[in-house]
Design a protein around this ligand. Sequence first.
Ligand code: PGA
Length: 244
Amino acid sequence: MIVIKENYDELSKGAAKLIKEAILEKPNLVLGLATGSTPLGTYQELIQMHKESILDFSRIITFNLDEYLGLSANHSQSYHYYMKKNLFGEININPENIHIPDGTAKDVKALCRDYEKAIQEAGGIDLQILGIGSDGHIGFNEPGTSLDSRTHVAKLAESTIRDNSRFFEKKEDVPESAITMGVQTIFEAKKIILLASGENKATAVAKALEGPITSQITASILQRHPNIIVILDEKAASKLKKYG
Ligand code: PGA
């Protein structure tokens, strides 16, 4: 299902409402989380709902999509840091229930295996929140990544390094690799909410939703997902044949 909202604010409210409903229905929900600019408004809404005692996160289990390789949890651009600052530090989540790949792990292969195992042991991801890259990636599954992939170390595409350099002092500071859930790992989530906002996502959104299913646009696999809600603002939807 594709939902088009007038602007980013409405998109964030819409996404947060769906997450709220899922948590109220299952207080020990296994929630897959994303970083980046897009989910920030959604997280703000969830924090607000927690402050108003509408939402209790004490039994929620989370799995983040990815982490930069080489960045420690207290690095200001690590996704550990992002999650603490933008969500976890503001809600009553049990730190033991938080899972984010460790960017400083010595044995990265073992870490990837263990991450998959932890997801399985939690019963699988009930609800996965996703953004999309301007190159059509989900997680850090860049063009050319196998659609069967599982948690692995990924090399960032040049376009992603460029996109993400806005968060770093200079482009050279952006790590070249990351640990990411694979395309198949993401696809196995029971329900997915894909969010995209802004004109710079319009081409990727159109290719992902209306183009062929291809490893060149890893988000395109989501066309086959049986339970996905895509929430777009008007700008991100502007190149869709059906709605643009
Ligand atoms: P953004 O990133 O939300 O910062 O645009 C999305 C992504 O790269 O998946």
